[in-house]
Design a protein. Structure first.
Ligand SMILES: CC(=O)N[C@H](C=O)[C@@H](O)[C@H](O)[C@H](O)COP(=O)(O)O
Length: 230
């Protein structure tokens, strides 16, 4: 798939992230695959998956859905943990992802290689790279390093930028201004349909929603919190 073919499929549309942390009741490949099928039925233009469960989720979801799959693996929760090495990036491709999501922050990587090395590893295998960044500078650097897609996934999750209450729309606006022709995906704390629409208004090509759609524990807690205890 070329970047423009991917853009044609997801442009102006919703991407759903189907992941669950270790210990979460839904941390189960079969459960997350059903979640992905339900998301596609609801109109998801692509699925982002892999995460803590790693490549088995990607294999299973790739076989079940007929939309592009953005794959990743997660190794821990500190520092660079989203597809942190070139080896992990190759494994995500082998699992069947069309696009590999990779941490593109400026922090040191566990394999001592650069983000550009991971980009090369994925491009050599004929797939696209989605650069998960936290700042404007990282987004610009990721595009220069060859990323096909820049995403705001890590905004607020590194010391570089405060964690906004809802989505970090100002980073979307700044990235769009700096990178007018780049595929730009808004991701991170988009918790309502209005947030998703605001992402596109801010200049995003597409928007990823995870927790607010695929985490029933989080959804239940938000309802429960609204009720006064006797
Ligand atoms: C920071 C980090 O590790 N983000 C992860 C990236 O894959 C996922 O845990 C998020 O759920 C995903 O980005 C979607 O975001 P939200 O769940 O806020 O809609």
């Amino acid at each position: 798939m070329t970047p423009s073919e991917f853009a044609a499929l997801v442009g102006g549309r919703l991407i759903v992230s189907c992941q669950a942390w270790d210990g979460h009741p839904l941390r189960d490949t079969a459960a997350l695959t059903r979640m992905a099928l339900a998301a596609v039925e609801g109109g998801a233009a692509a699925i982002r998956c892999g995460g803590v469960g790693g490549t088995p989720d990607i294999v299973s979801i790739r076989a079940a859905v007929d939309v592009p799959v953005i794959g990743l693996t997660k190794d821990g929760t500190e520092g660079v943990y989203i597809t942190p090495t070139a080896t992990a990036a190759r494994a995500v491709v082998e699992a069947g992802a069309d696009v590999v999501a990779i941490d593109a922050t400026d922090r040191p990587r566990p394999d001592g290689l650069s983000f550009a090395d991971s980009v090369r590893a994925v491009h050599d295998l004929g797939r696209l790279v989605m650069a998960d960044v936290a700042t404007l500078a990282e987004g610009v650097a990721a595009a220069e390093a060859g990323a096909d897609i820049v995403a705001t996934t890590l905004a607020g999750y590194t010391p570089a930028r405060p964690k906004t209450d809802g989505p970090d729309l100002s980073l979307v606006r700044d990235l769009r201004e700096a990178l007018p022709a780049t595929l730009l995906i808004a991701e991170g704390r988009y918790h309502s349909p209005a947030h998703a629409a605001a992402a596109l208004e801010a200049g995003a090509t597409s928007v990823v929603v995870g927790t607010a759609i695929t985490d029933p524990a989080w959804i239940t807690a938000s309802f429960a919190a609204a009720l006064p205890r006797p």
